[in-house]
Design a protein around this ligand. Structure first.
Ligand code: 5GP
Length: 176
């Protein structure tokens, strides 16, 4: 693994502040109700685990595995399901937690897949969004940060499987 030059872009403090804000909004929205929070694997696992701890309502956890990049830095446009939901979501309030919306193809696929299972409601959350890269319309209810069209790693996001454990989001400087 070649080590990349990574420039800090969104700090741990900024991430934690944003997570608390989104968590507080969702707590108000779902007060007194039960929700299923879906973690989109693998990239959103860190954001997800912080976010659900800041949502103060009854939550059950589900995991949805998809892959679209296949180890490169541009989206293939194809979404492959690597792990489907273990429980039905019919009639339930669902919060879908994604790491980053780039072309929007993955989020679009996920929304359609979940809507076809007839939840009572679907709330979409993305930590990051690249508005310049969007190719298909995508209904995002909560976005942490809008960023420019550059490749980022850390806080769950990888490059060829690595860098997910960085506690901050960084921009990669030295791509070949
Ligand atoms: P989309 O389908 O919106 O083009 O891509 C969504 C998926 O591509 C994300 O869930 C994420 O896994 C990956 N992705 C998009 N942009 C980036 C990025 O800047 N860095 C990393 N590490 N992954 C990204």
């Amino acid at each position: 693994m070649n080590h990349l030059d990574i420039k800090p872009y969104i700090t741990q403090e900024q991430l934690q502040k944003k997570v608390s804000e989104i968590g507080a909004t969702l707590t108000k929205k779902f007060k007194g109700q039960e929700v299923i929070a879906i973690c989109v694997l693998k990239g959103s696992f860190m954001f997800y685990s912080d976010l659900i701890r800041s949502i103060g309502v009854d939550i059950t956890c589900e995991f949805f595995g998809v892959s679209s990049y296949h180890g490169t830095t541009t989206s293939s446009g194809e979404v492959k399901v690597t792990l489907d939901l273990a429980q039905p979501v019919e009639g339930k309030h669902v919060i879908l937690v994604e790491d980053i919306v780039d072309t929007g193809l993955t989020m679009n696929y996920l929304i359609q897949s979940i809507q076809s299972r007839k939840p009572a409601s679907l709330t979409t959350v993305a930590l990051l969004e690249k508005p310049e890269a969007l190719k298909v319309p995508c209904k995002l209810d909560h976005v942490g940060f809008q960023i420019s069209n550059e490749f980022v790693v850390g806080y769950g996001l990888d490059y060829q499987g690595f860098y997910r454990n960085l506690p901050f989001i960084g921009q990669v400087q030295n791509f070949q």
